[in-house]
Design a protein around this ligand. Structure first.
Ligand code: IPM
Ligand code: MG
Length: 370
């Protein structure tokens, strides 16, 4: 059923199209059984866009992304495009989407599913029940700061430059997202930077402290240096609830947190812009895992992170919390039944293909919905 919900799908490269195929299966079921339908358009991003248009994302695709209610992305990149010049690399497509759509708030939940707790590289008791949310600033900092580039020096050497820069408004708006989401969880926010070394980190700490006192005095704010945070994440991860941090530290800490859960193949993410006058936010949802070119086309990839990204989309872009929960419960259900893709396979469990796992999720949704 068309419902004026415009969704742009960008499957991308590698395993992207395969995992997106399983989201389509879930969407078809939702459409038929829960009247949750979308007007879906599909386009290219990453290496496949370069092959077709000579750029990692075409302007026409950008226009569609800007107009869509939500964008669902698979993955970009692969060895075929690694020798391209920097400006043409598949990742530039993703970075342009983030920047032009002003998706400043990246939500990266790291949850351990009970059935997978033993797959973590940490002791089971350290991670069982883990549920943390990393909020990464996504449109500022050293990823986009100027000046940047590689220049030739008079002495024949070269110099590479990137700039870490944050303005107060960028810190305050990501801080608000963190406090508002924490208010729906445990109420605890840990703000992470290197205020001991970097002025941008000092400003970050000062602004977070002021924002907390002015607008969220009932919540709890703590501060941590990024190196210590990396250490604490592998030492005692359950001490954290919401972590808010800058673009580069968030990139690294979210990979660490992802690994705690036992499989990168399980983790979704949401990237959100500011709310407009009608309350609508531009939004992009994507799995945290990459394009996994080594297994692309083999029907082996784990589609659960993309399916869970779709669930985040239902919740954050369309306010369909009950439908999001049905998808999440179905994912939990298939894991509890011992169904596994290769990346999370363990002794005594049943190995499924990508399509097999997608179908298992749909069957579980049908069973749960009665
Ligand atoms: C991520 C990725 C990207 C990043 C790459 C693909 C540009 O590592 O989303 O974490 O560095 O932000
Ligand atoms: Mg990363």
């Amino acid at each position: 059923m068309a419902a004026n919900r415009n969704l742009l799908m960008l499957p991308g490269d590698g395993i992207g199209p395969e995992v997106m195929g399983e989201v389509k299966r879930v969407i078809a079921w939702m459409d038929a059984n829960r009247a949750v339908g979308f007007d879906i358009d599909e386009d290219l991003v990453g290496g496949c866009a370069y092959d077709a248009h000579g750029v990692a994302i075409a302007d026409a695709t950008m226009d569609k992304a800007m107009a869509a209610d939500a964008v669902l992305l698979g993955a970009v990149g692969g060895p075929r495009w690694e020798s391209l010049p920097f400006e043409s690399q598949p990742e530039r497509g993703l970075l342009r989407l983030r920047k032009d759509m002003e998706l400043f708030a990246n939500l990266r939940p790291a949850m351990v599913f009970d059935a997978l707790a033993e797959a973590s590289s940490l002791k089971t008791e350290l991670v069982a029940g883990l549920d943390i949310l990393i909020i990464r600033e996504l449109t500022g900092g050293v990823y986009f700061g100027e000046p940047r580039g590689i220049t030739d020096l008079p002495n024949g050497e070269r110099r590479g430059i990137n700039t870490q820069v944050y303005d107060t408004y960028e810190i305050i708006r990501i801080g608000r997202v963190a406090f508002e989401l924490a208010a729906k969880r445990s109420g605890r926010v840990c703000s992470v930077e290197k205020a001991n070394v970097m002025e941008s980190g000092l400003l970050w700490r000062e602004e977070m402290t002021k924002l907390h006192a002015a607008e969220y005095p009932d919540l709890e704010l703590s501060h941590m240096y990024a190196d210590n945070c990396a250490m604490q994440l592998v030492r005692m991860p359950k001490q954290f609830d919401v972590i808010v941090t800058d673009n580069l530290f968030g990139d690294m800490l979210s990979d660490t947190a992802a690994m705690l859960t036992g499989s990168l193949g399980m983790l979704p993410s949401a990237s959100l812009g500011a709310a407009d006058a009608t309350g609508r936010r531009k939004a992009l949802y994507e799995p945290v895992h990459g394009s996994a070119p080594d297994i692309a086309g083999e029907n082996k990839a784990n589609p659960l992170a993309t399916i869970l990204s779709y669930a985040m989309m239902l919740r954050y872009s369309f306010d369909l919390g009950a439908d999001a929960e049905l998808v999440e419960l179905a994912v939990r259900g298939v894991l509890d039944k011992g169904l596994r893709t290769a990346d999370i396979m363990a002794d005594g469990k049943e190995l499924l293909s990508t399509t097999g796992m997608g179908q298992a999720v749909v069957d579980e949704m049908a069973a749960l919905a009665g």
